[in-house]
Ligand binder design. Sequence first.
Ligand code: ADP
Length: 480
Amino acid sequence: MKRKPRVLFAAFEAEPFMKTGGLGDVAGSLPKALKSQGYEIRLIMPKFGAIPDKYKARMKHVCDFTLDLGWRHQYCGIETLKTQGVTCYFVDNEYYFNRDKAYGYLDDGERIAFFAKAIMDCIPHIPDFSPDIIHCNDWHTALTPVYLKSKYCPEELHGVKTIFTVHNLKFQGVYSKWCVGDLLGFSEDEAGYLGLLEGDSVNYMRGAICMSDRITTVSKTYANEICGQFFGEGLDYIFNNRRDVLSGILNGIDTKRYTPQADANLYKKFTDDYFESKRANKEAFQTEMGLEVNADKPLMVIISRLTEQKGLDLVLWILGELMSQDVQLAVLGVGDKKYEDSLSSMAGFMPDKVSVSLTFSEPLSHKFYAAADMILVPSLFEPCGLTQMIAMRYGTLPVVRETGGLKDSVIPYNKYTGEGNGFTFANYNAHELLFILKDAINLYYNEPDAWKKLVENAISTDFSWDSSAEQYSALYKELL
Ligand code: ADP
C-alpha cells in the first residue's frame, strides 16, 4: 500500500499546550484537519516550562543529541505525546524554554534560532518519522528552510520540501549582523546567498521567504496587501519577486472548541435558542463585571492584544462619543501601557458602562464571546484575525475594518437585502468606525428582526477548517 505523505508542522505555540494568540489556535487545530485529509502529520514546538503539568506528565523521551549553533554545543532533547490523534514533538532545552512566557526575552533571537535548527537536526534522530514536507509558521521557524538549503542540511533531508506560512509580517526577527557568524554559523557571503541580509541586519523572515518552496499567508487579501509598500513591512519587493509561489489561505477555527452548546466555560451553556441563551450569559457577565445589569443594553466587546495593529487608536479617539450612546463596552486584553491606561481610566469614569480586564484568560474570553452582542475589530492591518470568526459562533456580530482576513470573513450588512454577517468600514478613520457603530446600535434597538436575521447569518457561516485544509492539501500535492 502506498504510504501517506508525511508532514512536520512546526510552530512556536500550539493549543492546548501554549497559546498567546491566533498562531496557537491555528497550530492546535490545522494539523488535526490535515490529518483527516489523509496526511501523516506531526507537530513540533518547544517544551515550555509553562505547558500544563498534565501534558508534561504524559510526555515520553524520544531522543537527545548535541545541537551546534555557531560556537555553542547545546543539549537538545525530543519528547513526545499524542493528543487528539496527532503526534506532537517537544524540543527540550531547559535553559532556552523552561520559562513562564513564550516570548519577550532579551535572548529571543538565540532561543528561536535554536528551535529552528532543532526542527531540522532532530529528524535523523527520530526513529519512525521522516517528513516529505516541513510546514513552518512565522519567524520563529523561519530559519528552518534556510538551514535546509545550507551546508548544515543532513543528507537524509536533501529533497525535503518546505512551506512557510506568514501569520504576521510585523514580527520578522531582525537582529544585528554580528549574529550571522556568532549565532547562526554562516559566513557573510553564505548569509547573503541564503537571503538573510538586509542592510546591516539579519532578518530571519526574509531568509524563509527567499528559501521556502512555497509561501502562504492566512488570507487572500493579506497575500495581495503584503505585495504593496504599506503592508509589506519592507519585504514587499521580495514577495513580488516570489509572487508565483505566494498564495493566501484563510484560517479556520476549531469549531468543536468554540461550540456554545458544549462550552463549559460559559455561565450557562447555550441551548438552540441563541437569543435567550445570550441574555442569560449577558446578565451574569454584567453582574461579574460590575456593569448595569440589563440584557436589553447592547454590549460591545474587544478581545485582543492591546497594540497599535488592533486599531485601539480609533477606539480611543471616539470612546467618549461612543459611550454617550446607550451601550456598554467590555475589554479583555493585555498590551501597550498607553492603551491599558486610557481604557482603564474610562472604566473608572463609567464603571456601570465600561469594564476593562487586563489579563490573558482563555476561559474568560469565552464568557466575553457569549455575552456580547458585538465585537470590535477595527484593525490597522489583520493578516486573518480569528476573534471575528469565534464571535460569530456565539451569535456575536463583528464590526471590522475591511483589511486582510477581516475583509475575507465578514460580509457587510446590506440594509436593502438583509444580507451580511456583520458590519464593516473601509478607511482607517475613527469617525468611519463611529458611524458604523451608530448604525449597528440603531439596528439593534430599532430593527430587532433585521438584527436577528444578521445573527442567524453569522451563526450559520462556516468557519471550519474543511475548505482551507483542502487548499493546503492541494498545495502539498503540488509540492510532492
Ligand atoms: P492575534 O493577532 O493576536 O494572533 P487573532 O485574532 O488571530 O489575533 O487571535 C487572537 C486569539 O487570542 C483568539 O483566540 C482570542 O480569543 C485570543 N485572545 C486575545 N486576547 C486574549 C485575552 N486577553 N485573553 C484570552 N484570549 C485572548
